[in-house]
Write a new protein. Structure first.
Lengths: 454, 288
């Protein structure tokens, strides 16, 4: 090879390397493989679609999507955040602790500047996104996450079984308990032992807290975790509000435990959303409550036609305070503050959670869980459920008070401990002991965190 | 040649590469764990600082820690005792010649090949009270109406059953190997003297099997202390904290309470307990 040829070869290699390095790699981590992002990935979440490839070519970005089991993903995110390595640029966040805990700790990049710049107006129409969804992703004025799907509270129930036993659709918790008693008696009279009046989740960990604290809110009329209903760092510090788990918190907690024990399946103290969904889809539960989205997942995956035909949606009943039972969650994505390519990460975030992606998700799942009003009211969902049911779901989203639990840095830990206390109480029936232990732990935690120092 | 000569004068130098590798993969993480255990590091709070033995004080005065320690002890004693009894019975039974012995041995060893996480999922579904074959059909038919996994006492029984199923074959293999090392002449002599099967077992098999049993118990106990995946997928430490062992408690402290320092202190305390227990048992083996 002569000198000219060698020079040409070297230049070609250099150009190729330069071309390669011109592309930024954005790493995304998520769960729900083969289920989320149907417009971007096919073949079980492994093959990039034309839309994704076109996006990558237009922006000089390579999107690497890493999938995993939900709890594994949560741990990987946590490890990456505390190590500060910025391995993942776009990360999965839940609004039941991750947004708040990581937001307060400074691990997440605020999105406000991006959203206000106007550069992303084509992706996000903030007027179209339900205010509750944005609120749930906001901590002290900073928006940390954009929602992929979200849900408000409600009740998925077997209308055919309600009709068979003459039970009325409840609008209050008193009526709810009456309906449960009627159905339980009816099932027993018919000798049906493997169908349960109610399915909820009461497994140890953070999951039940999303629903249980919604009970507490509806029974007390406010998030009754701390004295006087203090629900922010400032209010707790200002009033030195002590945890109130053996006080105003008790009524809602006790109601949740009583319903679970009285009308739920025997294994309810270990159940997660997957168990709720499976029981309902197998026709073994009459009511799925209050995270109705899991009921929609059941209806759209069941092979039993009577479950599809016999199911209906109703708004969540109100508690003694006049407030409705709450259950709100958003599956969101945010940007790692340690990411070295935040601007490109924002472009990918827009691709993942922009209106077009959410419409594709709604078209595939047929779940009324869209954070956008226009997607919620789209033809796919109206044709499947009818306008009335879709609007009821929209109302559940609009009426949600996403601050039905306090927004504090320790939220994720509290959610975990409250859920575990619920599991214990449902399993043993000893509400007082579970709440006393929870109260002791909470006082210790808040004191150690310095909330009561002068 | 001169260098080789030098090395031969200091034969320990040949160990240097292995020591370096060991130091990097064992000593560094251990050292880092110790370092973390004396730091105040809660990720929801802004500052990290040296906190001396504060994490250890908090851990050792926490009712949750002692609750988890008690649960761990119950789990270890139950699972090690049952695997020891079953492993011994299987080893003795399958040490005797009979048609199809190889196949039966292979079947007994099979659970060892199943990863604990898969075993945990399998048992979770089997014992599920609403849809599981055991939990919803067979157990109710024999009068067990409660949910095995949701009952605070039966949940512990459930994880012990799953662990025993998964790990008895390990004990079986150790004891079978030891049994095959016992000279047949001892049994022949005993039979000539008119010893019964039970006497052969008590006076020959058991004493000669004891060192192998102690080794098996040490390995199984260490394994039981560290069991995480099987318990996590079956019960997540619940219902409530009924099956929350120290490994689950340590994980929760670090990953859900975000208290990295205290999580590290729990891990160090677990290591200390394990080393102490192992040392006591090992000395017994050596004394024999």
């Amino acid at each position: 090879m002569n000198r000219t040829a060698r020079t040409l070869l070297a230049l070609t290699i250099a150009a190729l390397v330069a071309l390669g390095s011109a592309q930024t790699e954005i790493n995304v981590i998520s769960f729900a493989q083969g289920f989320a992002f149907p417009d971007l990935l096919s073949e079980g979440g492994t093959k990039k679609s034309e839309r994704l490839l076109a996006f990558e070519a237009a922006n000089g970005i390579v999107v690497n999507l890493e999938w995993g089991d939900e709890s594994a993903v949560r741990q990987k995110v946590l490890n990456d955040l505390i190590a500060g390595t910025g391995r993942y640029d776009v990360i999965l966040l839940g609004t039941d602790g991750a947004v708040q805990t990581f937001g307060y700790a400074g691990y997440l990049e605020p999105l406000n500047a991006y959203l206000e710049s106007g550069d992303y107006d084509a992706w996000f129409d903030l007027e179209d996104i339900y205010p509750s969804v944005l609120e749930a992703n906001t901590v002290e004025g900073n928006v940390y996450g954009m929602s992929y799907y979200a849900f408000g509270p409600g009740m998925i129930y077997r209308k055919d079984i309600f009709d068979r036993y003459g039970a009325s659709v409840p609008t209050t918790m008193v009526e709810f308990e009456q309906a449960m008693a009627t159905i339980k008696a009816g099932l027993a009279a018919d000798g049906i032992r493997d169908v349960y009046p109610l399915t909820m989740r009461a497994g140890p960990g953070e999951e039940p807290s999303l629903d249980l604290t919604g009970f507490v809110y509806a029974y007390a009329g406010y998030p009754a975790w701390f004295e006087g209903g203090a629900d922010t760092v400032e209010k707790i510090r200002a009033t030195k509000a002590q945890p109130d788990f053996t006080g105003a918190f008790r009524d809602g907690f006790e109601a949740f435990v009583r319903l679970a024990r009285e009308y739920g399946p025997p294994g309810i103290a270990t159940h997660t959303w997957v168990d709720m969904m499976n029981l309902y889809s197998q026709g073994k539960a009459v009511v799925l409550f209050p995270s109705a989205i899991n009921g929609y997942a059941a209806i759209t995956s069941t092979e039993l036609q009577e479950v599809v035909d016999g199911s209906a949606f109703a708004a969540a009943p109100v508690g003694p305070s006049g407030e409705a039972i709450q259950s709100f969650w958003s599956f969101s994505f945010g940007i790692n503050a340690a990411s070295r390519n935040k601007d490109d990460a924002m472009k990918v975030l827009a691709l993942l959670t922009g209106r077009e992606a959410l419409q594709a998700f709604a078209d595939m799942t047929v779940w009324p869980s869209a954070p956008y009003s226009s997607v919620m009211r789209s033809t796919t969902l109206i044709e499947r459920y009818g306008e009335e049911e879709v609007l009821l779901n929209e109302r559940a989203m609009l009426d949600s008070d996403t601050h039905y639990f306090p927004y504090i840095p320790e939220l994720a830990d509290f959610m975990f401990q409250i859920g575990t206390a619920a599991s214990q109480a449902v399993s043993t029936g000893d509400v007082d002991r579970a709440l006393e232990e929870l109260q002791r732990w909470a006082v210790q935690t808040m004191t150690a965190a310095g909330y009561y120092r002068d | 040649m001169r260098r080789l000569g030098l090395l031969l004068r200091f034969p320990g130098a040949f160990l240097a590469p292995a020591i370096l590798v060991l130091a990097s993969i064992v000593l560094f993480p251990t050292g880092y764990l110790l370092y973390l255990s004396v730091r105040h590091w809660v990720i929801t709070r802004p500052f990290q600082y040296f906190s001396g033995l504060d994490n250890y004080r908090l851990v050792l005065t926490s009712p949750s820690f002692w609750g988890a320690a008690q649960t761990t002890l119950v789990f270890i004693v139950a699972t090690v005792a049952v695997t020891l009894v079953l492993g011994t019975a299987l080893a003795v039974a399958l040490n005797r010649p009979f048609a199809g012995r190889g196949v039966v041995r292979a079947l007994v060893v099979l659970p060892l090949l199943v990863p604990p996480i898969v075993a945990g999922f399998t048992w979770r579904f089997l014992l599920n009270r609403e849809i599981g074959m055991l939990g919803s059909w067979i157990l109710p038919a024999v009068g067990v109406e409660a949910s095995m996994l949701a009952h605070p006492d039966l949940a512990m029984v459930s994880i012990v059953i799953a662990d025993v199923w998964s790990r008895t074959s390990f004990m079986f293999l150790i004891l079978l190997a030891a049994l095959q090392g016992i000279p047949g002449s001892l049994y022949e002599a005993a039979r000539i003297d008119g010893a019964s099967d039970a006497q052969e077992f008590v006076f020959i098999t058991l004493p000669l099997l004891l060192p192998a049993m102690l080794v098996g118990v040490i390995f199984r106990a260490i394994e039981a202390v560290n069991t995480f995946d099987l318990i996590f997928v079956m019960t997540q430490g619940g219902p409530g904290t009924a099956t929350q062992t120290l490994s689950i408690y340590g994980w929760r402290t670090a990953f859900t309470s975000f208290d990295i320092g205290r999580g590290a202190a729990i891990a160090v305390v677990m290591v200390v307990f394990a080393v102490l227990a192992t040392t006591v048992l090992s000395r017994r083996v050596l004394e024999r």
